[in-house]
Design a protein around this ligand. Structure first.
Ligand code: PLP
Length: 389
């Protein structure tokens, strides 16, 4: 079995999640919109799942949860709704280190000429330039969309006061909270956000499931129209097994993230891995280590030297895959080539540094044996790279 240390990319559905989903995969007539008994049982199951997701993000009302197909759909829906809510405003504010779902959604509006995008920078540790953010907000701003936690570095943005500042100028505030559940408590009320996105497969729920928090009272326009499902906020027959699984995953993630000892145990595993990896090569260091981070993520920069033919993260990653260790190079890469990570470039790293980092991301099920395997495989890979001509 491979050591799966790429849990920010995706996680396996928890056994409890799979067990809860199975009966609904084959249940006849399980359409929550139907009036008969089977339909009502399905509607009850959706209601229970909605309650769990609302508790996960500490929403005030269960009606604030809209089920979607995942993080990407939630983010696109949120940005669309925010733009429609303020049709005369042109400005969209975001950061330089967002996930491609947000990045591309904004680029499309920019290219169409309907909106101007202001991208707020980060410091060398990945911390948001809060002064620049607050200075950018005005009555031209339709939407502020920001990550809660970065998928590549794990750095957690300080979003205190952002929601209130958005409310003062009438801008919508959307939080991409996809990397939070199961790692840290998620509190949409404390964030004072109008919209927040989560994705089931990032916290041991089923792939192709997610949710969008829509604050009660927010003037929401759906992206997907048709039937009356989800209170007319997301049309289409519900993915019932997926929603049920998402509900169970939400409960498990909340219990883990809200227990300080469980969070500390995960951070201790991550710290052990990170210390060992950094000790393997002179000059190795952790990107974002000086900032608050989610407890499961480490992004290790390796210094392979300045030679034109020096190895990069893709070469190292290929050797790790051969040794049964799954990690990630943070950005689009194939077996032998890695494009420098835009996130690390935004932290001020050179293209070479940004192409020489590996992300290891753990989950609560990660074993010490998996960590040992990752450490010894990285050590072997580095010495193979050193001795290769
Ligand atoms: N936002 C962040 C921070 C992510 O890490 C991801 C997935 O990698 C997404 C959004 C997209 O989520 P999904 O894969 O559910 O579409």
């Amino acid at each position: 079995m491979a050591a799966h240390l790429d849990q920010n990319a995706t996680t396996a559905a928890a056994p409890e999640v799979v067990a809860a989903m199975l009966p609904w995969l084959s249940a006849p007539s399980a359409n929550p919109s139907a009036g008969h008994a089977a339909g009502q049982a399905a509607a009850d199951a959706v209601r229970a799942a909605r309650g769990e997701v609302a508790r996960l993000c500490r929403a005030r009302h269960t009606s604030e949860v809209v089920f979607t197909s995942g993080g990407t759909e939630s983010i696109l829906t949120a940005i669309h709704a925010a733009c429609v809510a303020q049709p005369t405003r042109r400005k969209l504010v975001t950061s330089t280190v967002e996930h491609s779902a947000t990045r591309r959604a904004l680029e499309v509006r920019e290219a169409a000429g309907t909106h101007d995008v202001v991208r707020i920078g980060v410091d060398a540790e990945g911390r948001l330039d809060r002064a620049a953010l607050f200075a950018a907000l005005d009555r031209e701003t339709a939407c502020v969309t920001l990550l809660a936690a970065n998928n590549e570095t794990g750095v957690v943005f300080d979003l205190v006061g952002v929601g209130e500042a958005c409310a003062r100028v009438g801008a919508a505030f959307h939080v991409d909270a996809v990397q939070v559940p199961g790692k840290l408590p998620l509190d949409v009320r404390a964030l004072a956000c109008d919209l927040a996105s989560i994705s089931g497969h990032k916290f041991h729920g089923p792939r192709g499931t997610g949710a969008l928090f829509v604050r009660d009272g927010f003037r929401f326009t759906p992206s997907i129209v048709g039937g009356p499902q989800e209170g007319e906020r997301r049309a289409g027959t519900e993915n019932l097994p997926g929603i049920v699984g998402l509900g169970v995953a939400a409960r498990l993630a909340r219990q883990k993230a809200e227990d300080p000892a469980t969070r500390a145990a995960l951070a201790a595993q991550r710290d052990r891995l990170e210390r060992a990896l950094v000790a393997l090569l002179p000059g190795a260091h952790v990107h974002g280590a000086g900032a608050p981070r989610v407890p499961n993520t480490t992004n290790v920069g390796f210094d392979f030297g300045a030679a034109a033919d020096a190895p990069d993260a893709a070469t190292l990653l290929a050797l790790l895959f051969e040794a049964g260790v799954e990690a990630s190079a943070g950005s689009a890469c194939n077996a032998r080539k890695v494009a420098p990570s835009p996130v690390l470039l935004a932290l001020g790293r050179t293209p070479r540094q940004a192409a020489s980092a590996l992300r290891f991301s753990l989950s609560h099920g990660t074993t010490e044996a998996e960590l040992d395997r990752a450490i010894s495989a990285t050590e072997a890979a580095l010495s193979a790279l050193r001795s290769s001509p």
